[in-house]
Ligand binder design. Structure first.
Ligand code: AMP
Ligand code: ZN
Length: 112
């Protein structure tokens, strides 16, 4: 998708602070971090919203990539949150699915 921000990051047209990359997924630090640790994991395939997902393995890989990174960065035992926002009322602003991983501080519940 030529007009998709995250596709441009995947293509290298927009810089990102990358953490991990393989054939299927890319992880990079969120530019507007909401916690001491806040990174995104995205599929390399363009999928606009969670409603468009039909690949359970891919979503599983997004999650496992996040947990592996949380372990490597050393905050998995303290705890963290993974979340995917879907459409307007879910708070989605970039329409290429992404899993947020936040940690490094006490997170409140419910989210706003
Ligand atoms: P959402 O609101 O769930 O769609 O999340 C989109 C996230 O993308 C936000 O947390 C933004 O801070 C983040 N974001 C937007 N542009 C960039 C960028 N160029 N590099 C890294 N993160 C970004
Ligand atoms: Zn995209």
């Amino acid at each position: 998708m030529s007009d998709c921000l995250f596709c441009k990051i995947i293509a290298g047209d927009i810089p990102a602070d990358k953490i991990y990359e393989d054939d299927d997924v890319l992880a990079f630090h969120d530019i507007g971090a909401q916690a001491p640790h806040h990174f995104l994991v995205i599929p390399k395939k363009h999928i606009a919203t969670l409603n468009d997902v039909d690949d359970a393995a891919l979503v599983g890989k997004l999650t496992l990539t996040a947990t592996n990174i949380a372990k490597e960065l050393g905050f998995s035992d303290d705890g963290y949150r993974v979340v995917m926002n879907c459409n307007e009322q879910g708070g989605q602003t970039v329409y290429h699915i992404h899993l947020h991983c936040l940690g490094g501080r006490q997170l409140s519940w419910p989210p706003g």
